[in-house]
Design a protein around this ligand. Sequence first.
Ligand code: E4P
Length: 217
Amino acid sequence: MKFFVDTADIAEISEMADTGLLDGVTTNPSLIAKSGRDFMEVTKEICGLVDGPVSAEVVALDHDTMMKEAEKLRRIADNVCIKVPLTIDGLKTCKKLSSDGTMVNVTLCFSANQALLAAKAGASFVSPFVGRHDDNGFDGMELIADIRTIYNNYDFTTEILVASIRNPVHVLQSARIGADVATMPPAVIKGLFKHILTDKGIEGFLADWKKTGQSIL
Ligand code: E4P
């Protein structure tokens, strides 16, 4: 499973990239606003920090303007992945861009039928939002499982990018289902490393090691 970080904060992305476990980055207009940075400038900087895809989202609602925005965004770097909303115009844009070989992430997916459309439009990634789905009384993981089944049924190569992840259990469940990518806030990625028994184990080993009076170096 690939790990993407869901932030436009350079310090957070650098910290995650340093682990060697980061495969990509997702941003959205809210995350860009939170960063307080210029969209083009910060996206270029992010693209230099990771080799994998960096999702940059269009904000237009009509196909023609989406295409113009996508043209500008894809010139930023080779690893830019154009993010479009799951609308008719968004999928038209996805179809056009993907047939030109551009990576596209179709975002704001909330149903398996929408995911089917994204795959038919040639999306590289589809982003079902599990946290927001759960928040509204639906079962986010059921959605991921349905999409996995449908994509397997037809050998679609669109990658399931689980988004709006709120906790490590979402990551575990996504991995069990066989989702391709999880995009997570940095706090969730850090949470994956944590276990109370790991901390306690280190504490015990170090206490015993101290008693030996030895050093490795
Ligand atoms: C994904 O690409 C989105 O940026 C993100 O996961 C949305 O998460 P949220 O529901 O926590 O805003």
